[in-house]
Design a protein around this ligand. Sequence first.
Ligand code: C2E
Ligand code: MG
Ligand code: MG
Length: 733
Amino acid sequence: MTSEETDFLFADHEDEASPSVELQEFWDVLVVDDDPEIHSVTKLALSGVTFWNKGIRFHDAFSGKDAIDILSKPNQICVVLLDVVMETDDAGLDVVKRVREELKNRFIRIILRTGQPGFAPEENVIREFDINDYKTKTELTRSKLVTSLMTAIRSYEQLKQLDSHSAALSSILEASKAILGHTDTQAFGSAVINQLANILSVEPKGIMCGMVGDEKRIVVYGGSAEYQQFVGAGLEQLDNGRIILQMQNAFDCLCHQQTEHEVTFILKTKSRAAAIYLELEHAPDLAQLQFAELFLTNVSVGLDNIRLFNRLRDVAYKDTLTKLPNRSNFIELIEKEYAADKNEYVFVIIDIAQFSDINNGLGQEVGNLLLLAVLERLKTEFPKARLLSRIGADVFALLLPNDTFNESWLLDSLMIPYAVGEHVLTVHFHVGICEQQDFHKVGLETLKQAYIALNQAKIGKTSVGRYSVDLEEKMAWRLGIIRQLRQDFEHQKLEVWYQPQLDLDSMDIIGCEALLRWPSGQGNYISPAVFVPMAEDSGLIVDIGQWVLEQACQQQLTLAAQGHDISVAVNVSVPQFKVPNYAKTVKGTIDRYGVAPSKIELEVTESVVMDDISVVIDTLNELKQFGVEVAIDDFGTGFSSLSYLQKLPLARLKIDRAFIKDIPDNDSGAIASLVISLGKSLGLKTIAEGVETRQQAELLKSLGCDEVQGFLYAKPMAQNELLAFLKAHKAAH
Ligand code: C2E
Ligand code: MG
Ligand code: MG
């Protein structure tokens, strides 16, 4: 390593810690001889000698056995001056053999000395045991000793370095292999710490941090066991001021930092900076630092790969708007959660009611802001929530601790209006709650249960639905019905029946109401009161409703052609109004059949009107202009829409059967009377449905009701029966 490289490595801190190679102060030399005289002479001869600024420290052994004892223990001995003949004639050679073969010390240099030339070892022995030098004791003059020793020490150094290089190189290779497979930053961070510690031969105690976000926050990526708890946290969370300081310095100057006790390496990856902090029990040598540097280039590559990988994974696993886990990620997370603990949490999913209306009405920007505002609300109100995720466009999922879970608190917190841009929005929610979580260990199943609870809330038009096995069975049944309905609809098995509507004064038939019938075999029918709500929930009503309208048009033409030019009333559900351009579709259909628009009437319930009043008003106005009349069906069940009545372009109020059926015994007809006078004051006609008795008809007539529909006059009937009925009726009047 050149000094420039060293400077780069530890820029700015040369004063604190010079590029330190752990230098021995001395060269440790072992003198082995059974003659104490030789020990003294050797020391004397070499006194004051230094090699590369280091003096010599002598160790003494007086027998072969002694020598092996010393060399077996940890030591820094680099050269042995070894007598051949000691306790035995070849005690010295035996030492050599054992050093190389038993102690496996390949590095230590050995200089053999013998008093008698005849005891010189064979040449092959010298080679085999890697003996540096062979000298007779008489040759050991100061100058000869110095040369001999210098050669040995240099050779020792080279060997050592070569070895550490090749060891380090292979360990870098290994380390790089070990880290490159990781795809999550945390595991990667820990692996890097381990490998780096290995290279520097210190304990793996440290952390890896990265700079994230535009605000350049330093976040803990991963670390050794003691730092695991901080993964994902900001650097400032660490309870270790030294780390914080060093990391911050490293990031500030983008250079490595080192003190006696720790080192921080800075990594500049393609995307942004990361740093690794490691505790040091002892200073690494220059070579080790060099290898660390080499390893770190691989770490950078690995980190870039992870970033790339994570970005890819984020696309698949994170919601981009809220940065929350998305549905697939949530399913994975909740599976892990259940593997860990059971029933400590209530699983909640929260659906924003009419979110699409907000999106369509106020713009997607406002919709997005609302989602973020709801998220903020959840975070502040429920700091203990876990696995907070966005599992649908307007659906959040989370786990709340069982012991403190409070349903009304949840709802109340959610209901507080949201400040979104310049709007203050009151938002309604449907919440699905799942308490019995140990049924399924599969994430998807768990999610399904929560959705069953949520749907229950939606269908029941309540805020909260709770999962139960019963509920699941009921849902399964509903799903079965819907499937069957769809199939029968596609196979054109549905029918439309018609129920006549009469003018109460003249008793003329002025119209009829189209009513769906679903044959269930043997002349039986499933009531639309049962299956229409299901068709509404499943959205199937949109197609079915269009078909009913077409049937009604067809029927009107048929009747008119037979001289009965009466109007046909068609029931319309909320989901039909939600389809964009609903008015145009209706107009298009009526035009296509060539029916006079005034001969088609739409019956909408108050729920349709209340659903999204401004959209409904526009739609109804457009239809009225076209000539289609609109009646409010089941009027009076809730007077909620009274204030809107004036704004709606209506033709009729249909008094709900509930206010007719008990007349005269249990009902004086007070509400019917109220509705009739209301109609009059608004200039609307009133029609009473469900008229079954003469008394009811009489009372309604006296109250000034305009029209009637009910079993007293006719039940709903199939289309050709109606024609016969009309003929007979005309003939009778
Ligand atoms: P609705 O619009 O209020 O229809 C009137 C219901 O009262 C019909 O029930 C009719 O058969 C029943 N009814 C009429 N006169 C009497 C009577 O004197 N006594 C008694 N007890 N009942 C009488 P139905 O045909 O079972 O329809 C039930 C509901 O299903 C309808 O209530 C309507 O809301 C819905 N529905 C029927 N067809 C359609 C359709 O094509 N589209 C939509 N969206 N809903 C439909
Ligand atoms: Mg109706
Ligand atoms: Mg009705």
